[in-house]
Write a protein that binds this ligand. Structure first.
Ligand code: SAM
Length: 284
């Protein structure tokens, strides 16, 4: 790859940039006080852009570069890692392996981390009927990270749904990568509202029919306006007193979520802030 390095920035040399384009540059970018002009072949450059230097650079593998920058994300008792960082999980932490891919939820977004922390604070292994583990519904599952975290934290069963069908096979692969058996986690395309979400075969089908779409815990990393629309559905899909964990909420939109939770008679509303993001917990 042939790159012409020119001292200066795109701002300070704005008037000269046309000369680079005119000389055949295929792209321009700025890094650390140097303009990088990409060319297919060397060419004589006129003043005032003749004070640069030609360099042959090896092509960067941007994917590999991106992978190198990923770090483990610690969230409560869970550490979220890509597969190649397994060794970096501290003793006592539960490793949650997520292959960075096309679905949202590598753990690097504050909202995912906040939600895993909140799940970690709930005693998922002892909630639920007879204290045998919570049944958790994850709305907008993406990579499956929250449902898988719930299963690793002791939930008896976690059900992840997403309106984007592309996420479902990714979430299933991530569950398999974490060794979570199919009877403890399930992913399906869907949402709340239009169709009732029934426990699938292989789930806790021994439950009485009328209880099949009430969950012990509901978690959703969506956005404030959607939480407002779905708040009634959240109430309908939770057992009385069941914890609700909502994030994806910009702090400026908190009033909308507070009002929706009050409207649907949720109690014990608490907020955790991280920069511009908020997580809200409440009880049905
Ligand atoms: N749960 C993951 C996490 O916490 O990192 C992913 C959260 S991502 C911000 C939101 C996900 O919700 C996306 O995968 C999107 O496709 C899905 N989604 C958006 N609207 C939805 C809806 N109405 N019902 C279900 N899923 C929805």
């Amino acid at each position: 790859m042939l790159v012409y390095h020119l001292p200066g920035t795109l701002d300070t040399r704005e008037a000269d940039l046309d000369l680079l384009w005119g000389a055949g540059a295929t792209g321009l970018e700025e890094r650390a006080g140097v303009i990088r002009a990409y060319f297919d072949a060397r060419t004589d450059l006129p003043a005032p852009v003749s004070d640069g230097e030609w360099r042959e650079e090896t092509d960067q593998d941007w994917q590999a570069e991106f992978k190198r920058t990923l770090r483990p994300v610690r969230a409560g008792r869970v550490t979220i890692i890509p597969p190649w960082l397994r060794e970096e999980v501290e003793a006592g932490q539960l490793p949650l392996v997520i292959e960075p891919g096309m679905a949202f939820g590598t753990g690097h977004h504050a909202t995912t981390r906040l939600a895993v922390e909140a799940l970690s604070d709930l005693n998922l292994a002892t909630l639920g009927l007879d204290g045998t583990g919570a049944r958790v519904l994850d709305v907008g599952t993406g990579s499956g990270v929250l449902a898988i975290a719930a299963a690793l934290l002791g939930a008896r069963f976690a059900f992840g749904v997403d309106i984007d069908p592309i996420t479902i096979p990714i979430a299933r692969e991530n569950a398999a990568e974490n060794g979570v058996p199919a009877e403890r986690v399930r992913f399906e395309e869907g949402t709340l509202g239009a169709d009732p979400l029934n426990f699938p075969e292989g789930g806790p089908e021994e439950e009485p029919e009328e209880e099949t779409d009430a969950y012990d815990v509901l978690v959703a990393n969506l956005y404030a306006e959607l939480h407002d629309l779905l708040a009634g559905e959240y109430a309908a899909h939770l057992i009385p007193g069941g914890p609700l964990v909502l994030t994806g909420i910009l702090t400026v939109k908190l009033p909308l979520v507070r009002a929706a939770l009050a409207r649907e008679r949720f109690g014990d509303v608490r907020e955790t802030l991280d920069g511009e993001w908020a997580l809200v917990t409440a009880r049905a």
